[in-house]
Design a protein around this ligand. Structure first.
Ligand code: KG4
Ligand code: ZN
Length: 480
């Protein structure tokens, strides 16, 4: 999947996002599975598959198409899946992360190297510096993930890596590393959509969470409401017309002179505990838009003006602020958070109604992405979801912010239905062009959800994951 089909037409290259595996890859994969089952049967804690059932499975279950999987019984698939082990690599923004996850959802290791100092220095992510920081630590992060899992590359079933959306320079570091591991050890490779990974990690956490479900994904760059129909198939109910909520938290923290080393969100959340959320009157964005879209740019401006009005000096750290200055900052933090979350509540409530109309069987609402680690967000959205008689699934904070586990898990989900690339060559040409998707929508827009206010920033947008997977399934159907 991390290949660019430069010589093909765009339509064909879209279909090849998860190209069918070649016979050679099938053969290699079968070897890998045998190797893996061997490893597993040597491990006393493994849910052992006898050699005969294992080879039987391999004959029927080469992941070449999703349809072949359906000829296996459910228990066969789950026994088989439990033994897969996937390495996940994430470098789409400012965290260099890797993790090893087993098919049964067991997290064997999780390693994150964050660019805290850079964030504090630049007050945000600077792509070139972020790329250099990823390059410095990527080898060690991946090695640590393997060491902590007590495994070597030879024990892996596949490598999963984020290919978008995100910063191209940063994505490239992860993809290069993933391809080099996969090439050297002859492993299949799965390209992962970062936002799908934020949503699907909830299925690792909550075993009962099955499709269809609704998800609110809130991070530094995205604010999306989606209806998840199936793996890889999403309807986008709403998105932001300008900034995401995480960006608003980060700027608020920067302008309030807070310590940005853990990113802005946690700093604002902490200071907000000291403040009065009713003290500063901020307008709730998009009150009169009866849709599920978001806008945080106006709220950011309101916060900036309030900070200027109180003559808060961002260069003066909070620790040196006078009592009154500190109180002013805390009041702004609390009032901002109050309105930022209210905006989420209003849109989420409407989105649940839309989602239930489209898919009346949904039982769960997932809230994930970095901002979902905020306690106020979790609490208030839980009330909204429970009032609609649904259940909230919010991964623990360590799995809400960017991490390798979500990538490994999403890789596993796609891998077991046959969506992966064959191993890349052991030595890739220097000028090889990677398939990176910096602007890559997750789902197709729900017609009713389109907003007039939405700026049409369509340039260089990759076709959505959903449209690619639908086209791929259609192609499979016509071939069978
Ligand atoms: O998903 P994520 O880790 O990276 C992106 O994909 O962007 O999200 C990062 C965003 C940052 O804007 C950060 O400030 C925000 O999540 N965040 C929080 C909290 N923890 C992280 N926002 C509010 N409260 C938090 N506790
Ligand atoms: Zn993220």
């Amino acid at each position: 999947m991390v290949r660019l089909f430069l010589t093909l037409s765009p339509a064909i290259s879209r279909l090849n996002i998860y190209p069918r595996i070649s016979l050679l890859a099938t053969y290699h994969h079968s070897l890998r599975l045998q190797k893996h089952h061997k490893l597993k049967t040597e491990t006393p804690t493994s849910s052992s598959i006898s050699p005969s059932s294992s080879s039987n499975l391999q004959r029927k279950h080469f992941y070449s198409t999703g349809t072949r999987i359906s000829c296996l019984t459910k228990s066969e698939i789950s026994k088989f899946d439990d033994n897969l082990v996937v390495l996940g690599i994430e470098t789409s923004c400012d965290d260099t992360a890797a993790a090893v996850v087993r098919g049964n959802g067991e997290i064997l290791s999780q390693v994150i190297s964050s660019q805290a100092e850079l964030l504090a220095q630049f007050g945000g992510v600077a792509p070139k510096q972020a790329e250099e920081a990823h390059s410095r630590v990527i080898d060690k992060v991946v090695q640590d993930a393997l060491d902590r899992a007590n495994l070597t590359e030879k024990d892996l079933s596949a490598v999963a890596v984020t290919i978008g959306p995100g910063l191209s320079l940063c994505l490239r570091v992860g993809v290069r590393k993933a391809r080099s591991v996969a090439g050297k050890f002859n492993l299949p490779i799965v390209g992962v959509h970062h936002m799908e990974a934020h949503a699907l990690v909830a299925r690792l956490v909550e075993q009962e969470l099955s499709f269809p479900f609704m998800a609110l994904l809130i991070s530094g760059g995205h604010n999306i409401l989606v209806l998840a129909h199936k793996l890889g198939q999403y309807t986008q109910l709403g998105t932001t017309v300008d900034d995401a909520i995480g960006e608003a938290f980060d700027k608020t923290a920067k302008w309030l002179g807070l310590d940005m080393r853990r990113s802005g969100g946690p700093a604002v959340e902490e200071l907000a505990l000291e403040g009065d959320a009713k003290s500063v009157k901020f307008n709730v964005p998009m009150k009169h838009h009866k849709d599920c879209n978001f806008s945080y740019a106006g709220l950011k401006t309101q916060v900036r003006l309030a900070i200027e009005a109180k003559e808060i000096d961002a260069k003066c750290p909070l620790s040196s602020a006078t009592k009154e200055d500190r109180k002013n900052r805390a009041d702004i933090a609390a009032s901002f958070q109050q309105v930022a979350v209210l905006h989420l509540e209003e849109k989420c409530e409407r989105a649940i109604d839309w989602a239930l109309k489209l898919e009346p069987s949904i039982k769960h609402v997932v809230v994930s992405g970095g901002v979902a680690s905020n306690q106020c967000v979790r609490l208030r959205l839980n009330n909204i979801v429970e009032n609609k008689k649904l259940k909230l699934v919010c991964p623990p904070p360590s799995l809400c912010t960017d991490n390798g586990v979500m990538v490994a898990w999403t890789g596993l989900e796609h891998f077991r239905v046959g969506r992966y690339d064959p191993p890349p060559p052991a030595k890739e040409p220097e000028d090889f062009v990677y398939d990176l998707r910096p602007r890559w929508p997750l789902g197709e827009e729900y017609a009713q959800g389109r907003s007039e206010a939405r700026s049409m920033r369509t340039a260089r947008i990759h076709p959505s994951l959903t449209s690619i997977i639908r086209a791929d399934s259609l192609q499979q159907q016509t071939q069978t």
